[in-house]
Design a protein around this ligand. Sequence first.
Ligand SMILES: Cc1ncc(C[n+]2csc(CCOP(=O)(O)OP(=O)(O)O)c2C)c(N)n1
Length: 361
Amino acid sequence: MLVDDYDPLKGKMLQILDKNGNVNAKLDPNMPEDTLLKAYKTMLLARTADDKAVRLQRQGKLGAYPPSKGQEASQLGPAIAMEDKDWLVWAFRELTALVWRGVPLWRAYLYWMGNEEGSNYPENVRVTPSTVPVSSQIPHAVGISYASKLRKEGSVTVVFFGDGGTSEGDFNEGLNFAGVFKTPTVFVCQNNQYAISLPRSHQTAAGTLAQKAFAFGFPGIQVDGNDLLAMYAAAREAVDRARRGDGPTLIESYTYRLGDHTTSDDATRYRIEKEVEQWTDKDPLKRLKIYLERKGIWNDESEKESVKWAQDFVEGEVRKAQAFPPPKVDEVFKHTFAEMPPDLKDQIDSMLREQTPSKEG
Ligand SMILES: Cc1ncc(C[n+]2csc(CCOP(=O)(O)OP(=O)(O)O)c2C)c(N)n1
């Protein structure tokens, strides 16, 4: 078991593919070639889509956007380890996982363009809407997985949050409940080293975020988040454990946000260039590409073709999002709840009343 061999308290972090593309053959999860190829193309697509989102925001064509550049493997490994019936509960920086799970890219753009239709995912896509209030998605995820356990559905819930998210009450409440009730939940903490400008060292005095799991009575593992193979292997083990009924796992993905926190942020005010350079060298795409090349299933030609495919695809999705009709007031909260709570309904009714010109007017 990886969680037994990689004890965060002993300073051990799981890595299978190093930054130069060298693989630890003993731990290689030997993913099928078609999955590996689809994974690399998905990461390439997400990187292209992410860059485009930032440019659209700079042109005033998209609202605030949280870039995920550098965190592609961190998100994709767990997504690949999931089955269709499993639930993905995300925060706001998980574009790669969304794309893999079947959320149409144009809907993701639409959401960041301020249209709630962007959260209206296809019926068979088990992904919850984005959750900006930090860690508030964690109790939801635990609730979803507890319901699945009670109903004996056999589905697992994978929930993403950041290093900053571990300081929230919702993190502690959610993980405590999950431990007590042995819910089928996989907690993925994307430790991208910063919560806006706050560095990880100021977030908590704990040596690792993974070890926080031990206080709740379940396993925790720290994983190189820029290594797709390691993220997949750790998540696979955790998903299997959850599905068997053996309860939750906390995975700390040790990664880095190469871009700004959001398009409203300027990371150069709190990070030094050298640090960004060091992490650029650990780029998750670069190392997976070398791994595929050494396997003989990727070359310069496939790279060129895929870059062009990703660019064309992204442009097409942007056009679809831009062609979508603007949102109507009564649709603002439509895709958040199956049944709208009365307080939101009151708010919508009052907004609609304000929009209707009064007769005396
Ligand atoms: C409850 C709450 N407090 C504050 C904020 C403002 N805020 C948005 S993102 C963020 C930092 C989150 O950091 P982290 O959890 O590490 O995730 P990351 O943004 O790095 O992916 C903060 C403080 C918020 N959205 N919700």
